[in-house]
Structures are given as C-alpha cells and as structure tokens.
Design a protein around this ligand. Structure first.
Ligand SMILES: O=C(O)CCC(=O)C(=O)O
Length: 230
C-alpha cells in the first residue's frame, strides 16, 4: 500500500505502515527524559515570532520540561537532528520507512517540539516520509504548480523558503497567496505523510510531538520491497 501511495506522486497519509517499529511503543517524552536526559541537542528558540528562531544547545533534561507545559514559552523546537547524532539506543528503535526498497539511500532526522511550534512554508528538493510517533502535527500543502503564489525569497540558497507567514498572512504584501489552493491534513501517532519533492509545506504542532523524517531521491528508491534497483 505504501509503495502505491508513493508511486502516485501525490501527498498521501500512510496509516499502519510502521509494522513493529519499537519507537511506536518505546518513545515518549518521559522515556527521553529518563534514558537520554544528558544528550545535548541543538534547539530553535522562537522568542520573536515564528520566523526568527535563535539556536541554543541544551540537554534533553532541560528541553522536555520546556516542551510539555501548555502554553509553552518561549517555544523550543528540536528540529532536524540527523540520525548520526542520536544515541544508539534511539536509533535502534526505528525500522525501515514504509514503501522504500531495502538499501535505499536516505537520511533520517529527529523532530521534537511543543504545542504551537511551527516550521515555515518551504519545499524540499527530495521526497520525504514524515513519521509521527507522538502528538499531532498539521500540515498545509501546496502543489509545485502553486509556486507563483508562494513568494519565495530571492537570495541564492533561500528560494525554497516562502516569505509568507501562513499563521498571519499579510494580504497586502502577498495578495496572490489568496488564490492559492492547498491541502490541509493532521498527522497522528503511527501515521506517515508521504510528501513528494517540491510540494510547499508549513507545519504546526497541535500537541507536544516527536517525529522522524526520511529524505530520499525517488530514482534511488520507492521500488516495491524485494525489487531493489541496482
Ligand atoms: O515537522 C516540522 O516542523 C517540519 C517538517 C518538514 O518540514 C519536513 O519533514 O520536511
């Protein structure tokens, strides 16, 4: 099912595709705190609105108590920490992502943040499987053909980032955004969003959340299990 979902080339939520991933039952905020409290991680701290985070290094034992209260302020979001930097016991808790042939080259990242944290509107240049393990995340999605309505930054290296804050759209500055037609979905624990390359997305955490995402290049994967390309 996951393989067909990925073949569509359209965003799809894959439910029940994680099989026996130990992270499904083992990962929780309490366990992160108990077993990995000394792990030092980079955290984005949103003090001046959603678009200008400062980065800080902090221990998991300091981060989790800042993530769990509601409301949580300042918003502290552990974003995109690569698998190579995780404690081994955490890395062993994730299984293969659904729908990708064994051995597909991919990069995995950890995300962990409070209710109200967000990632700004942007697109990625690789296909993505975003696996939610705890909490709820809302994704707003816009197809690549909506790019003329997305007001990307002009600077080199930032053209995948929109200038629009979709939480508070400035309709005067970005009038064309009003014509954009998008999709909205909420990901819950155990669900996986397949997000094709170049789809614009903005993410808002509806609850304290933990997730893992995988980026890969379609030519290198998404073949049915057992039909790996050489
Ligand atoms: O979950 C988030 O805050 C952002 C995730 C994201 O942008 C991605 O998986 O590409």
């Amino acid at each position: 099912m996951a393989v067909e979902a990925i073949r569509t080339g359209l965003p799809v939520i894959i439910a029940g595709g994680l099989g026996a991933w130990p992270a499904l039952s083992h990962w929780s905020f309490e366990r992160l705190l108990r077993d990995h409290g000394d792990w030092v991680v980079p955290v984005s701290v949103f003090r001046h609105g959603a678009l200008s985070p400062e980065k800080e290094m902090c221990r998991i034992s300091e981060l989790i108590p800042r993530i769990l209260p509601f409301p949580s302020w300042p918003l502290c979001y552990l974003q995109q920490v690569p698998l190579a930097e995780w404690p081994r016991a955490l890395a062993e808790c994730i299984g293969p992502p659904p729908g990708l042939a064994p051995g597909t080259p991919m990069d995995a990242y950890l995300w962990c943040g409070p209710h109200g944290a967000s990632s700004p509107l942007h697109y990625d240049t690789r296909d993505n499987l975003h696996v939610l393990l705890r909490g709820h995340k809302r994704f707003l999605l816009f197809a690549p053909d909506q790019s003329p309505l997305m007001y990307p930054h002009a600077e080199d290296g930032a053209q995948h980032l929109s200038r629009i804050d979709v939480e508070r759209v400035d309709r005067r500055a970005f009038p064309r955004f009003g014509r954009a037609r998008g999709l909205r979905c909420v990901l819950g624990p155990g669900e996986v969003l397949y997000l094709p390359t170049r789809w614009w997305h903005q993410v808002h955490l509806w609850a304290p959340s933990i997730s893992v995402n995988f980026w890969w290049t379609k030519e290198q994967g998404a073949t049915p299990q057992g039909e790996q390309r050489s």
